[in-house]
Design a protein around this ligand. Sequence first.
Ligand code: ATP
Ligand code: MG
Length: 718
Amino acid sequence: MDVSHIFEQLNEAQRSAVASEPGPLLVLAGAGSGKTRVLTYRVAWLVQVRNVSPLSILAVTFTNKAAQEMRGRIEGILGYPVGGMWMGTFHGIAHRLLRAHWREAGLAQGFQILDSDDQLRLVRRSLKQLNLDEGFWPPKSVQWFINAHKEEGRRPEGIPESQDAQQRELLRIYKTYEELCQRFALVDFAELLLRAFELVKHNELLRDRYQQRFRHLLVDEFQDTNAIQYEWLRLLAGQQRNIFVVGDDDQSIYAWRGARVENILQFEKDFPGTTVLRLEQNYRSSGTILEAANAVIDHNRGRLGKRLWTADEAGEPLRRYAAYNDIDEARFVVDRIQSWVDAGNLRSEAAVLYRSNAQSRVFEEVLLNAGMPYRVYGGLRFFERAEIKDALAYLRLITSRQDDPSFERIVNMPTRGIGNKTLDQVREHARINQTALWESALAQIHSHQLTKRSALALGKFIDLINALATDTQGLPLADRVDVVLQRSGLLQHYRKEKGEKAEARVENLEELINAGRNFDHDIDDDGDALASFLAHAALEAGDAQAEEWEDCVQLMSLHSAKGLEFPLVFLTGMEEGLFPHQRSLQEPGRLEEERRLCYVGMTRAMRQLYVTHAEVRRLHGRESYTSPSRFLGEIPKQLVDEVRSGFTLRPAVEAEAAAGGSGDADGMRLGDRVHHRKFGDGVVLSIEGRGQYTRVQVNFETGGSKWLVLAYANLDVL
Ligand code: ATP
Ligand code: MG
């Protein structure tokens, strides 16, 4: 077998990882050193050189997108499709297991996935059922309590009775919540993992079967596995112990969600004889970017420690920009991206990273104004938009009538004369009889407890759902969605609404039909495309959001940038309180996690890295003065160029003019109002360069901000 084409793309250390003998193996290496690449080639090598069947490989990736990419790459290396290989996120794989073994897992066949919003709603309902006041029991905290226990594998029965009354009460809520989930055939994200874990733990037959089947386990981003995920992996690895994990302790950024970087140390203990390999050459970033990132992460204690080097040249310096406010920051970023594109590069090579999702809005606005296509990666998720959730609720209810959150969402959406009073009666009946709302509605209609009008309206809804279920059965997925949108009245409802928002909603709904059309569900799924589609919508929200074909700027939170790389990166909002985040300032552990996040952000950059901060920022509706992030101070000065702009630089410009200089700035000052023949009136935002190269940035009232060469611009100072 010719393996040279696999090996020639790898360095020596990578090769030894890819071709290592079976058994436990841990690749511990820094950002951009080729961990993901090694994992991918390992799969190809197993299949091609070791003749391992793709069916006996289980590969865990961090996002669904990563799974897709990896599958594509492996098929590229091998030259043929590898259907049947299990490759996906922990959640996706857990869901697949539970779908196949719902009975053994104690679930209903058509069980649905609860996303975080739906979960919160169900928590509220649990509180209501227990007559507890939301004021005393904030639903978000309860949700956190429940998830934290699930992530550690604790069911209510397994939690020792506490002395503390509050803890006891929380436990009671957890119990009630679990009962509701079970009754309505709903599974939240944490539950997916816990159930899948319990399934292989308690069911010896199944465990054997999957241990036999999955001869090779591979895990990317191992540093971010939580307790349950890790235990689940250990169970599946069984006696064969063919487990290949890659990770970087410096990139552990999910401790707040239960991830345990200690799993890296634990791994060697749990799998004696583990081969530990290190990769030290970084192939991603320029020397300067790498040096800056290394300097920042050096401020953390308690690292496993590693040195990264690159054969690349130093490249360009980092650039730092101090904006007056968040809008100026966004304009600057968009302006630089425009120059990047003007120079013949792709928009998709540019990524704008931020700490908090709320920051995306301003960038979106400025990008929109500039007419520059963009994509919010993992943010404004398509499947999270209200109208999409409405449509999905219809689809879910026709799949599973017990799905109460969906029932609640659409029973009167669009309005069909079913009032809150009627619904309260139905809810009360459901609570007393411990049934789903659907069944209670039926019972209420038949028992003549409702007014004639209400009963009629409710009956119509019931009939509609039943009819949609039967009439669309057997239709192709896209047609099913189409019919549901039409006959539910949803499309019409949004068409009647006025304005751009409503238009966008209609477009979104129409896009859902497209989504159905483009959806190819897994071939070895049980053939129910709608069920797969709904799971996909719940699990992959956002992953495949924008038009794939369009070249667009990438916007994303630092957390979702993990594993990715871009030639041009903007690390924005680098201010104390924002990044590092306010919540982390009091706790050293949290602060170190923020620094790792900064390291992750910086190491996404291949060629150019901008770091920006705003002196004034509007956050959560309030405007306040900020100070630059401490992480900026941790980057060695000689690696950074300050971009000259902003009122802060006024003295320098004045000094230059006063010194006689070139005088080319013509006495022009920042903040001056100027007039341009074509663009009209505007305000000078920045002045760069000197002599004949002096450039000014003017924010024109109609045309937005533009960079002009002063010598040619013929600006009149007003
Ligand atoms: P991260 O920690 O950020 O997830 P990683 O360790 O997984 O990074 P990869 O994404 O696998 O790193 O690799 C980083 C970049 O370097 C990719 O563009 C990859 O194709 C390239 N690369 C890795 N190894 C080599 C190599 N031996 N020769 C050329 N390019 C390589
Ligand atoms: Mg990677």
